[in-house]
Design a protein around this ligand. Structure first.
Ligand SMILES: [Zn+2]
Length: 335
């Protein structure tokens, strides 16, 4: 009995030293150590090993909502996925906050867009100055399009690869490959998850293409308010003739708006894609002045972090695109 009591005492002390989150619980047990039942000990031990298991989990950070969907799809529950920024932020004007740095310090890995749109995250990463943080650049193998807009400088790329289907698939494979190197025990799972996720998007795209197989949309001309849809439109052979924002996230001035209206009238632009989640009141003026047909797209970076976000919003965008292409074909008598 005496040996058992010594063992109990030792175990309680050990708990006190090692389990910070269970500290108060262990102290109570130390005071009442004689009363500890073997059942309680077993329970504590289980809690301890569960906590250790959780502590061993990698924490992978993300910067923009679509990356939450991608990483969740690849890793499932094998790692913690931690957004750098609280949900509800607008990535077109976000400035880093102290909390972001605190969260960055909890991350082992962070997945970044790194071609624009998450520059705020790159600033936080720089400020953190952590040489043990692994950075996955999701776009590293994606062929990039140049940015469009009257005031866009040379060499600037279109950062919205998360609005394209093929680009999404490529990024998910890149994330799975990098995660497989970081966590080789789960490499097989990550690659299988990536393949299953990619298949969903290939099917989605195939379905949209099949819907368009009987119509002729050659010569379809579109304008977009925001330069976010170049990748998805390119996959369907649709050229963007004009981007209304003079630069990324910048509203056009009155004179720039007038120029756009003239351009739409002169060049016979068929439809205008505008943004679901961004303020663009000037769209009504364009509609009124030109009679152009409007379609809404999702930029996929607004609202809550959800695992199914990209899937849901990609499907909506594809449906919208099919509708717009059918409308254009009907206008041109190509049905
Ligand atoms: Zn954007």
């Amino acid at each position: 009995m005496a040996t058992l009591l010594i063992m109990l005492k030792r175990f309680s002390l050990l708990l006190l030293l090692t389990l910070t989150s269970l500290q108060s619980y262990a102290q109570v047990d130390l005071k009442n150590e004689q009363k500890i039942q073997p059942k309680q000990l077993k329970q504590l031990k289980q809690q301890s090993s569960e906590q250790n298991r959780q502590e061993k989990k990698l924490t992978v950070g993300i910067t923009l909502q679509p990356y939450y969907s991608y990483v969740k799809a690849v890793v499932g529950d094998q790692v913690n996925v931690l957004p750098l920024v609280d949900e509800g932020f607008n990535p077109h004007n976000y400035q880093p906050q102290a909390n972001d740095l605190r969260r960055l310090n909890l991350m082992d890995v962070i997945v970044v867009n790194a071609i624009g749109h998450d520059d705020f995250a790159l600033k936080v990463i720089k400020a953190a100055d952590r040489n043990n943080l692994i950075i996955i650049k999701a776009n590293k193998d994606v062929p990039l399009l140049p940015a469009m807009g009257q005031s866009v400088g040379n060499g600037v790329v279109n950062p919205h690869t998360f609005v394209g289907v093929a680009t999404t698939i490529q990024k998910v494979y890149s994330i799975a490959n990098e995660m497989s190197k970081i966590d080789p025990d789960n490499a097989k799972l990550y690659r299988a998850n990536a393949r299953a996720y990619a298949l969903k998007f290939r099917k989605m795209k195939h379905k949209a293409m099949m819907n368009l197989s009987d119509i002729n949309t050659a010569g379809m001309k579109v304008a977009t308010t925001h330069n976010a849809y170049g990748y998805i439109l390119q996959e369907f052979g649709v050229q963007v003739s004009a981007v209304i924002e003079p630069a990324h996230g910048v509203e056009p001035s009155a004179s720039q708006l007038q120029e756009t209206i003239e351009k739409i009238k002169e060049s016979g632009i068929d439809v205008l894609f505008y943004e679901l989640n961004m303020p663009n009141r000037y769209v009504d003026t364009i509609e009124k002045e030109t009679g152009i047909k409007l379609y809404r797209f999702s930029h996929m970076t607004h609202g809550a972090y959800r695992a199914d976000k990209v899937e849901v919003e990609m499907r909506q965008n594809l449906n919208m695109l099919v509708e717009a292409m059918k409308f254009t074909a009907a206008q041109k008598g190509g049905v």
